[in-house]
Design a protein around this ligand. Structure first.
Ligand code: ADP
Ligand code: ZN
Length: 432
């Protein structure tokens, strides 16, 4: 197997021995900040508590609220002069948190990112175009440094501006891109509108992440561009991208366990769930100097995939993210995630790029509406055809989520678009 970093090949035993050593070092390091020192002393935890990676469970959780309470620099474990960069989370779910990195932190992050992209076949001969936002968002510089580390010619194109993206990609023959799932289909449509076939576009690989998307959605992007799409997972609190990444087999995301200890817990009780069961991902940094974070409650829902991956790497795999705990909505007593809706509607070939779930209260009860863009060529069909499509989608949704939503078919490009992460759900029930 070709690899970028020897750590990819480590055995389970070697991974676990290293985790113990690195977790102990991290527990010693976090004593530099008052927040963790107090918290760990109260719980009676020190480096010696850790004899096995599972001993991580003895450490108290860190929540987003904790990080906010320590904003901006309360969690620093080195003098501020050692910090070379800071990033913030996108703030999708509230006020931001800041994460500060030392030179070594930036270095090991770039290594993790390079390892991830190398794993799916990115090589120095590739031209890499980063189509995600730069600035505080980690999908910009985080992935950028990884691509440079591999040696790719790296184009920091930034988000949006399809015309410029297309020109750059054609002029420099871009073979690999980092792109948000919601933007990938928009870009393809733009190419079509310009009279080009996205399948003729030079891209061969796309690294796609930063927001949840379904397997059906992946297939759409792959088919549209005739390229491979690999799922990339990360979060600012754990650096950013480079935390979990699919290998060539596209069968779950390997979590880099030499750099993190992942756990999946029941979000209500905080207890570990059995392997294969869905729960909340909890992550501990093992290598970070500037701002190590212990047992971070990501709010992201997924499950460990059982068994070893056929690629030969022993780093555990997680399933694609089902959604954020915060995205779950309850309607008529049923818990639903936007991804369940996406999974169903994207299997209909008539369905276009974009959709929006609206929750309202009509004075009598809660109403769920799903607005779905329909491909232009289908929208000109006669009313009866559209009506049947509407009914078919509503029925398939009812089978999946046990609630019958009002399905509304709308014209292509008519739903609002965001430059960053897509907004899939609007809950207006509280406003009445
Ligand atoms: P914010 O939480 O403000 O969006 P980040 O920019 O740090 O901040 O984004 C991290 C979050 O993005 C993750 O916690 C997760 O919810 C989501 N995310 C990142 N990558 C993926 C992915 N491949 N699939 C699903 N969700 C993802
Ligand atoms: Zn694998």
């Amino acid at each position: 197997m070709e690899y970028f970093d020897e750590a990819e090949l480590w055995s389970r035993e070697h991974i676990e021995e290293t985790q113990v050593i690195r977790l102990r070092n991290t527990l010693a390091r976090v004593r530099q900040c008052e927040f963790y020192r107090t918290r760990l002393d109260e719980a009676g935890i020190g480096p010696d508590t850790i004899r096995h990676p599972d001993d991580v469970r003895k450490i108290p959780f860190t929540t987003k609220q904790d990080l906010r309470s320590q904003y901006p620099t309360g969690l620093l474990c080195v003098p501020q002069s050692e910090i070379v960069r800071m990033h913030c989370s996108s703030g999708t779910t509230g006020s931001p948190v800041a994460i500060c990195h030392t030179k070594n932190d930036i270095n090991s992050w770039a290594d993790l990112m390079a390892r991830s992209m190398f794993m799916v076949g990115v090589r120095k001969e590739d031209v890499f175009q980063n189509m995600s936002g730069y600035g505080l968002f980690t999908g910009g510089l985080g992935i950028h440094f990884g691509a440079e580390r591999i040696g790719c010619m790296t184009i920091p194109a930034g988000a949006g501006n399809s015309r410029r993206q297309i020109k750059l990609a054609l002029d420099f023959h871009t073979t690999v891109a980092h792109i948000l799932p919601s933007y990938a289909l928009i870009l393809g449509q733009h190419l079509q509108e310009m009279g080009m076939d996205p399948r003729e576009f030079p891209l061969r690989i796309a690294v796609v992440g930063a927001e949840p998307y379904s397997e059906e959605y992946r297939h759409r992007i792959e088919d549209m561009f005739n390229m491979k799409v690999y799922n990339s997972y990360g979060l600012s609190e754990m650096n950013g991208p480079g935390v979990g990444f699919e290998c060539l087999l596209q069968n779950g995301l390997h979590l880099w366990e030499d750099a993190y200890i992942p756990e999946i817990v029941n979000p209500e009780t905080g207890e570990p769930v059995p392997d294969g069961e869905v729960g909340e991902l909890v992550m501990t940094c093992l290598c970070r100097e500037g701002m190590p974070i212990l047992r971070y409650r990501t709010r992201d829902l997924t499950r460990f995939l059982p068994g070893e991956c056929a690629c030969g790497r022993h780093h555990r795999r997680m399933d694609r993210i089902l959604g954020r705990a915060d995205d779950m909505f309850i309607i008529k007593g049923v818990n639903i995630y936007p991804m369940q809706v996406e999974q169903v509607i994207m299997t209909f070939p008539e369905v276009g790029q974009n959709y929006l779930i609206l929750l309202e209260n009509d004075g009598i009860g809660d109403v769920m509406r799903v607005q779905i863009e329909v491909r232009e060529e289908c929208f000109v069909e006669d009313m009866r055809v559209l009506h049947n499509l509407q009914k078919a989608i509503a029925m398939r949704l009812r089978d999946e989520i046990l609630v019958t939503p009002k399905v509304e078919l709308v014209e292509s490009n008519s739903l609002p678009r965001s430059e960053g992460k897509a907004v899939r759900l609007r809950d207006e029930r509280a406003k009445k």
